[in-house]
Design a protein around this ligand. Structure first.
Ligand code: PRX
Length: 650
């Protein structure tokens, strides 16, 4: 039993450990800690065993072809992801089981059984084919969290076209960049989506993204809010409901090669240009299927809810592909957690009797701030497992989640992974792992992780360093779309034949892994990756700005907040109005998630003698810390004046 002292001291300095509850361990999908050693001795055999749990049209001839940094998994195998997520369940008692339980923000809801999903996906595949989509094409999907989103993804997979889902919070400009990079001929969007009681004008953004030169020939539009009926463009736009009305209800799934691209998903990197992360078919599905089964301990009667947006990788892997490949019931919610009130999540847990909940630390910290009153309004005794993802979770938030959402009975799995890794790589196995709040614990079986210093030596217990992955894994990214060189440079150039994650980490004396956050120019805002470079480019795009530098400063709720230091042009006056204008400019250029929290005007930015902006110093200034080494600074007075100015504003 775990002792809960409830004292402030215990919360501030959390050093309790949480062994798996006996009842949980007894029924766990993976109750055997020997799996780690078995996987270590024969990683390829281990992964091949897991791949064998999928349905293949043709078996592979070779498990792994590793030509660093290019990997091929299950070489020669043929399968279809939509078949694995739908058709194979229809031959079982799952046929009439709920596959997706969907709830819209206004309170409307719908249940799709596996049979329903089969019909809708086949119709959508026929519809897309009639618009000219065929195997090997890319399709851009810019939708709110409506059932048509997973249906469209699965329809693409059925045809063999790769989808590129763009998060609905991105602007027209961001959407345009992603469309152009992927060269999609077809885009699927909606008139709008509901968010916090308002309507997100998706169709308007979609229209604005295809002005001028664009590869988009057809736009398929889901009617959600009824707000854009007058925006349909003759000859280009088609309503989803019109197109689907007369489509055949069957569609033969394409036999895809294990290494054919399943999807691409853009993520922020250290330059201003987002990277199209490429995931393929057999390895990706093997990774997401296996991790969903073991990490979330999915059982036939579970009601599993991942609160992410499908626009991010978490939604791809753990709302759509992982759960559906397992034949699970996956809950999907369209809107925000505080609409109409701050208990919306808990109302959903109670209404559908959710058993597993997977969310982000930033949400947990927000709930903590709102107080226990909201979860206490609801019966959440159905919950049996909780998950966390997207950013480091502080021990206080972990324990609050465990206590107030999980009622002190549910293991909390803190899962570390990335868009690039495709599936969870560092995580507890809830039936065997003793949990330490704040630690993602251990690499998943078959995953070899290390923490290295600059020179590539393993840092011993307790030391901080760079988190790397030392051998290939099935769901790893294959490349950056159209840019093998950038793929090599970004992930494989720091150490030879070792994947560099961009995160800092340490491994403690007990072998537990602690993720310390990004070590590059990426900041993690409310569990979303934001490139400082991208925000800087958006700022200098404003005609009043001469130069800009962005950093992340720690934030109690969001993990990190965006702070921009801006030098304005000579004839422009600094004012509060200008701050508001610049924040809005960034939100419009990239999307509201990238809106800077603070903007500070600076006469000059601190630079090295070679002209590089010293972000570390800006971070120190923004967080009010004593300045570190400034010897490489071209003009130390710049920092002093900045600091004086910043201090005044506080
Ligand atoms: O810094 C790590 C952080 O999120 C980054 C990956 O972001 P993204 O590709 O958007 O994927 C997010 C969802 C998988 C990582 O480089 N991160 C993710 N999970 C954790 C985490 N940091 C600490 N603990 C985690 N559990």
């Amino acid at each position: 039993m775990v002792e809960n002292t409830g004292s402030i001291e215990a919360l501030l300095r959390e050093d309790r450990v949480f062994p798996p509850p006996a009842q949980f361990a007894e029924q766990a999908n993976m109750p055997d800690s020997g799996i780690y050693e078995r996987a270590r001795q024969d990683p390829e055999g281990f992964w091949a065993g897991l791949a064998g749990e999928l349905d293949w049209f043709e078996k592979w001839d070779q498990v792994l072809d590793w030509n660093p940094p290019f990997a091929k998994w299950f070489v020669g195998g043929k399968l279809n992801v939509s078949y694995n997520c739908i058709d194979r369940h229809l031959k079982t008692a799952r046929k009439n089981k709920a596959a997706i339980i969907w709830e819209g923000e206004p309170g409307d809801w719908a249940v799709y059984t596996y049979q329903d999903l089969y019909r809708e996906v086949c119709k959508a595949a026929n519809g897309l084919q009639s618009l000219g989509v065929s195997k090997g094409d890319r399709v851009t999907i810019y939708l709110p969290m409506v059932p048509e989103l997973p249906i469209a993804m699965l329809a693409c997979a059925r045809i063999g076209a790769a989808h590129s889902v763009v998060f609905g919070g991105f602007s027209a400009d961001s959407l345009r960049d992603r469309i152009n990079d992927s060269q999609s001929k077809v885009m699927i969007t909606a008139d709008g989506g509901y968010r916090r009681g308002g309507v997100v004008p998706l169709k308007q953004n979609a229209d604005d993204s295809v002005t001028g030169d664009t590869p988009i020939e057809k736009m398929l539009v889901v009617r959600r809010t009824g707000t854009s009926d007058d925006r349909m463009v003759e000859g280009r736009d088609v309503w989803w409901h019109d197109l689907m009305a007369n489509q055949p209800m069957t569609f033969e799934p394409e036999q895809m090669d294990s290494e054919d691209m399943l999807f691409m998903l853009y993520t922020s990197g250290t330059t201003g240009k987002p990277k199209g992360i490429v995931h393929t078919t057999g390895g990706y599905l093997t990774g997401t299927h296996a991790t969903t089964k073991w990490v979330f301990d999915l059982k036939e009667d579970d009601v599993y809810w991942c609160t992410a947006d499908i626009g991010w990788v978490t939604g791809h892997s753990y709302i759509v592909y992982g759960p559906l490949a397992n034949g699970a019931t996956s809950v999907m919610y369209e809107g925000s957690p505080d609409y109409p009130d701050r208990d919306r999540f808990w109302a959903i847990v109670e209404k559908y009797a959710c058993t597993i909940l997977y969310t982000a630390p930033t949400a947990i910290r927000t709930f903590m701030r709102w107080g226990e009153e909201y979860p206490n309004r609801h019966d959440m005794s159905s919950l049996r497992l909780l998950g966390s993802v997207g950013e480091p979770i502080n021990p206080e938030a972990w324990v609050w989640y465990w206590q107030n959402i999980g009622g002190g009975r549910c293991p909390v799995v803190d899962t570390w992974w990335q868009t690039e890794t495709g599936s969870i790589l560092i995580t507890p196995l809830p039936g065997v792992t003793t949990l330490k709040p704040g630690s993602a614990t251990h690499p998943f079986p078959g995953i070899e992780v290390d923490v290295l210093d600059e020179a590539g030596n393993s840092v011993g217990p307790g030391g901080g360093g760079y988190l790397v992955i030392k051998r290939p894994w099935p769901s790893m990214l294959r490349t950056i779309y159209g840019d093998d060189e950038r793929f090599r440079e970004q992930y494989w150039s720091k150490y030879e034949n070792i994947y560099f994650t961009g995160d800092g980490a340490k491994i403690d004396e007990d072998g537990y892994h602690w993720i310390l956050g990004r070590v590059d120019d990426v900041i993690n805002v409310a569990a979303h990756r934001v490139s400082t470079m991208e925000v800087e480019s958006a700022l200098v795009d404003n005609s009043k700005v001469a130069e800009a530098a962005c950093i992340g400063r720690s934030d109690e709720i969001k993990g990190q907040a965006i702070v921009a230091f801006v030098t304005i042009k000579e004839n422009v006056a600094a004012s509060d109005e200008l701050i508001t204008e610049l924040k809005q400019h960034v939100a419009t250029k990239i999307g509201p998630i990238c809106r800077p929290d603070d903007i500070h005007f600076a006469a000059e930015l601190p630079k090295t003698r070679s002209g590089k902006i010293m972000r570390r110093l800006l971070r120190d200034v923004a967080e009010g810390r004593a300045l570190g080494d400034t010897t490489t600074l071209a003009d130390p007075a710049v920092v002093e004046s900045l600091k004086a100015q910043y201090g005044d504003e506080e």
